[in-house]
Design a protein around this ligand. Sequence first.
Ligand SMILES: Cc1ncc(COP(=O)(O)O)c(C=O)c1O
Length: 320
Amino acid sequence: MSARFDYSTAPPAYVWLNGKLVPWAEATVPVTAMGASGGLAVFEGVKAYWNPAEEQLYIVRLDAHLKRLYDSMKIVRMVPSYRPEELAAAALDMLRANQIREDTYLRPVAFYDGVKLPSFRYTVGAAPDICLSAMAFHTHLLQHKAKACAVSSWTRLSDNQSPPRVKVMSNYQNNRLAFTEAFVDGYDDAILLDERGKVTEATGACLFMVRDGVVVTPSISHGILESVTRDTVIRLCRDVLGLTVQEREVDRTELYVCEEVFLSGTGEEVTAVTSVDRLPVADGQPGPVFLAVERLYHDLVRGLDRRYPEWRTPVYEPTS
Ligand SMILES: Cc1ncc(COP(=O)(O)O)c(C=O)c1O
C-alpha cells in the first residue's frame, strides 16, 4: 500500500483570507467554528507547475477552476463578496508573496465560519469567508504511474441527493468511504458505480477507457465532478491525437475487456489503471493512449509545449 500523493507538509508563509494576505499562523478559525462549518465549504484544487528554464510558475486552467468554484457556490446558495477576477488576482498575489518556485497545489476554499448561530437559516444567501492557500507537491508525470483499482461496494452520490458536480467538502465522505475500503483491501484506489450500476469516476479523478480504439468516458450527468482535467484530456485526445472520444454510459464489465483504463484530475494528474478487481487491463501495462496523454499533459502544464497558452496563467513577469 502506498500514499496517494507525496505532498510536502510545509505550510505557506502567507495565505489570502477575505481580501488580505495573512501570515499562515494568524489565519485561524475559532475552534467552535469547525463543527458548524464542517460540511459548509466548497473548494477547488488547482495546480501550478514550475518551468525552470523560463523561471516561471504556470497556473493550470485557473479560469476554469474559478468558474467551477462559482458554480459550486451558486448551487449551494453562497453569495460571494468577490468577483472571479478578484480571486484570480488574489491567487497571483498569494503565490508571489510566498515566492513560490516549485510545483504547487493551490486551494481556494469558500466556507461559513459558523461563529454566528449554526443554523442553516443564517447561511442562506450569506457571503462565505474565502481563503486561498498553497502547498508544494511532487509530480508523478512521466513516471508512468499505475494503479490497481477495485470497483467499490459504495454507491456514488447522485444529483438529487448531494450533487457530485458541486465540489463541496461533505460530498467527499462518499469518496473517502470508497477509498478506505479499497485501501484496506490492498488496492490503490476505487471506482464508484451509480445507483444503476454504471461507472462514474474514481475517488479523486475522472475515468477514461479505450475500447476498440475509441476513447470513452462517462458523461457529465453520470455522477462525476465536472472535471477540468477531463476536459483537457478530451481535447488533447480529439484535437492533438486525432482520436474519437465518446462521452457515454460505461458498464463495469467493459473495464475488464477494454484496451486501456486511465484516470485524470488535478491532484491525480494522469495515472494508468493496470488492473480492475484484480483482472489485468489488457497486458497489465500502461497503454499507448495513456503514455501519449501523459507526455502531452506534462509538456503543456509546464509550458514546454507552447500550444494552448490560454490554459496557463504565468505568475511572474517574464525574465526576457
Ligand atoms: C471526485 C473528483 N473527481 C474528479 C476530479 C478531477 O477534477 P479536476 O480535473 O477538475 O481536478 C476531482 C478533483 O481533482 C475529484 O475530487
